[in-house]
Design a protein around this ligand. Structure first.
Ligand code: 87F
Length: 509
């Protein structure tokens, strides 16, 4: 084992905060369960994901965050290419005429649209909007490009930034005025094809959350009130942040129906020479994913990254003592990194000689690296390395000969335990209720509430109105595709009318 330094600098959360700060200058001033908002800001900055910027609601994504985005991007991009979806890039700017073409869709969003009004000192003749989403940017060209059934399906995606000038409280990743996303926009000859794609994409979003970010999500359909107003229906994956008791929409996959086709005249002629309108979908996930990951897995020592999205999965730290053979230890570190890298594990050695091993432990813990390997004189003598898990601090001595095999196993294990722990916490926050009183009580306990509902818009408005308070109103999150049995005679929790479905409710981001 690595020895002395490990013990002294053990930054293992609870109660040790001051000690760590004094020794390493690292550590967090806020605790996740005491001061969540401050904790979150501190973690994303100290973990070197985010730097605050001098425009409110805008943040610098540092390489540590960008690398996570790129890993998810690589997965999703390959999957949509298998579905014959092609990448493209449309301009950032939108002319006002086009933006306002689809009134219903833009109306509610208008205050969030940012405009360019000047170039240098001169006013532009016509102000130009910055895309908040690209329906109106793209669909005029869909109308031009789609003529006959042979032009269908048209399936495009773009990876880009969008700007929404939000006025509610900005939060890095979760609510920022500019963010990165992919937006997919597809057009089909039939509704059946569109319906099928909505679910195929939603499944990819589930996989991003569950398989990559180790976050359990609920797949479901949005209520009429919460769906994208310009579309036919909206599906989403919904995550939950136990510490705040808030639901968070993870990603959306919409069937737009023929609303935009009507507006933008996206017509085609079928095999029989008959005219038809296309059926469209649009779908997106954004850098918000990273924020949800930080909120769900982070702890009092900083970020906790699931191995599948960590750009450094294993950090190797030399632990030389005064009289140790420093060169041999450094060589063992390099050899360890080489073996791991060769096996496809993302490993890196921290060989800097101007930081102590203890400082490095805290530093890489703050950055959430899933596994730390320490190599000291004793490890060298015993032909082993010491591995320390970020998620539960468990220490294992690994014989050199079993390095790759055991590290692989540990990383898989960490990935699984993060998901299991997150699921257990999330599930403990789910409360099934039948009556308004039970609902109010559960809401007070910051639960994600599953309730039988009559599915009427006025009733949802009433629920919102009746739950308005300093913590924000409660709304429907989604009606899960996986519906529990709805016994005959079950009443709506809010109206007492016959219930039509089970729906999740809660406060949300
Ligand atoms: C803000 C300003 C203007 C959201 C906005 O979800 C327009 C909008 O249309 C707007 N905020 N939306 C809805 C976006 C719908 C849809 N777009 C393509 C998606 C997925 C990707």
């Amino acid at each position: 084992m690595a020895g002395g330094d490990a013990k002294k600098s053990n930054a293992s959360g609870g109660g040790k905060k001051k000690e760590v700060k004094k020794e390493t200058g690292l550590g967090l001033a806020n605790r996740k369960d005491e001061n969540f908002g401050e904790w979150y800001s501190e973690v994303v900055v100290n973990g070197e994901m985010i730097e605050y910027y001098d425009i409110s609601g805008c943040y610098i994504l540092r390489p540590w965050a960008m690398a996570i985005w790129e890993i998810m991007q690589k997965f999703f991009d390959a999957e949509i290419k298998k579905m014959d979806i092609q990448n493209c890039y449309f301009p950032l700017f939108v002319s006002p005429g086009v933006l306002q073409k689809e009134k219903d869709h833009v109306e509610g969003f208008a205050p969030e649209v940012a405009w360019v009004t000047k170039s240098g000192e001169s006013e532009l003749e016509v102000p130009i909007a910055i895309r908040p989403t690209s329906e109106t940017v793209m669909y005029p060209y869909y109308s031009k490009w789609i003529r006959g059934h042979r032009d269908l399906p048209l399936k495009l995606n773009q990876w880009c930034n969008v700007v929404r000038w939000e006025f509610s409280h900005p939060t890095p990743f979760i609510r920022s005025r500019e963010f990165l996303w992919q937006e997919g926009h597809t057009a089909f000859a039939t509704k059946a094809e569109a319906d099928a794609e909505v679910l195929d994409i939603l499944e990819l979003y589930r996989r991003i959350y569950e398989e990559y970010l180790a976050i359990p999500v609920v797949k479901g359909k949005k209520s009429e009130m919460e769906k994208f107003a310009g579309g036919l229906y909206t599906t989403s994956v919904e995550a939950f942040v136990p510490n705040t008791g808030r639901g968070i929409q993870g990603a959306t996959s919409h069937c737009l129906g023929q609303n935009f086709a009507k507006m933008f005249e996206i017509n085609f002629e079928n095999e029989k020479g008959e005219k038809g309108m296309v059926w469209q979908n649009s779908w997106a996930y954004s850098t918000r994913t990273i924020g949800v990951m930080v909120m769900v897995h982070g702890d009092n020592r900083g970020l906790v990254l699931p191995p599948k999205v960590a750009s450094v999965q294993v950090i190797v730290i030399p632990v030389p003592y005064k009289d140790a053979d420093t060169q041999a230890i450094f060589d063992a570190c390099s050899a360890t990194v080489a073996s791991l890298s060769e096996a496809g594990i993302r490993a890196k050695a921290d060989s800097r000689d101007n930081y102590s091993p203890g400082w490095k432990y805290s530093h890489w813990e703050m950055k959430g690296v899933p596994l730390r390997i320490e190599i000291g004189p004793k490890d060298l003598a015993n032909s082993q390395v010491r591995a320390v898990r970020r998620d539960n601090s468990a220490k294992t001595d690994i014989p050199r000969g079993k390095l790759v095999e055991q590290v692989k196993e540990m990383l898989d294990n960490i990935q699984q335990s993060l998901f299991d722990a997150a699921k257990q916490k999330r599930d403990a926050c789910i409360q099934t209720v039948k009556t308004w009183d039970e609902f109010v009580e559960a809401l007070g306990q910051r639960k994600m509430i599953l309730a039988p509902w009559c599915d009427e818009e006025e009733v949802e408005m009433e629920v919102k109105a009746r739950t308005k308070g300093e913590m924000g109103a409660c709304k429907s999150l989604c009606s899960p595709f996986d519906q529990p049995e709805l016994l005959e005679g079950t009443k709506c929790f809010a109206s007492g009318k016959p219930a039509k479905k089970w729906t999740y409710w809660g406060r949300s981001y």
